[in-house]
Design a binder for this molecule. Structure first.
Ligand code: DX5
Ligand code: ZN
Length: 221
């Protein structure tokens, strides 16, 4: 599949979401951060806005659920129009069942790990997922500083995927910019979320291409 760029609309203007989606027409995905003020100390948007955005945006929606009880809510995001639904390992009670429900409804299923959550306990259930999202900041807010301590986990995840002969994508989220994207691509990431780097740039589409080129140039896998 190669390198994919997923701008996060968390830093976009929430009153102009359709225009903000159009401003990153080169992007592979639109990353939508759903926060419930419980799993993280911030509140963003939910099902009705995802439903409207799925109709208004040309890119597929990559919904990142930073919510409690994703087992209950995640499948509904597929019905709302998301093409990929990511839920957190720390919040779910039945990851296999939830991933299977997401896939049965026709979307890609992904498991997200906060910076201090290891990948190793999930080795045996990797095949239940289409993607692993490795957070490189503590979830909750855009514009935070990239946590270098998360890079070895990207490498270990890539090794586990190869060991089992699987075809999972590794998505990285938090503090991704022209400064930090290369070290993540080198470690084995292939889907890159970028919020502030893209939406605070003079031209968001130009930044999408810049990030794509930087990552592609150091990718060997
Ligand atoms: C943070 C969100 C991210 C956020 C990234 O909890 O999951 O998707 O928007 O923003 P930047 O790229 O500014 O760190
Ligand atoms: Zn996110």
């Amino acid at each position: 599949m190669g390198i994919q760029i997923a701008p996060s609309i968390l830093t976009a203007d929430f009153a102009r979401l359709a225009d903000e989606a159009a401003a990153v027409s080169n992007a592979d995905w639109l990353h939508v951060d759903v926060m419930d003020n419980h799993f993280v100390p911030n509140l963003t948007l939910g099902l009705p806005i995802v439903e409207s955005l799925a109709k208004a945006a040309s890119q597929p929606l990559d919904c990142h659920l930073m919510i409690e009880d994703p087992d209950r809510w995640a499948p509904g995001y597929v019905e709302a129009g998301a093409s990929s639904v990511t839920f957190h390992a720390e919040a779910c009670r039945a990851p296999i069942r939830t991933a299977r429900e997401i896939r049965a409804k026709g979307a890609r299923a992904a498991l997200a790990l906060k910076p201090a959550t290891p990948i190793e306990p999930y080795e045996d259930i990797l095949a239940e997922f289409d993607m692993i999202l490795i957070m490189t900041v503590e979830p909750g807010f855009g514009g935070q500083k990239f946590l270098d301590v998360c890079v070895p986990k990207i490498r270990r995840t890539r090794d586990l995927i190869a060991k089992h002969g699987l075809d999972l994508w590794i998505e990285i989220d938090g503090g991704i910019s022209t400064e930090t994207i290369e070290r993540c691509a080198e470690a084995g990431a292939d889907v890159f979320v970028a919020g502030s780097a893209v939406y605070n740039a003079d031209d968001p589409n130009t930044m999408v291409e810049k990030l794509r080129t930087l990552a592609a140039d150091v990718t060997t896998h």
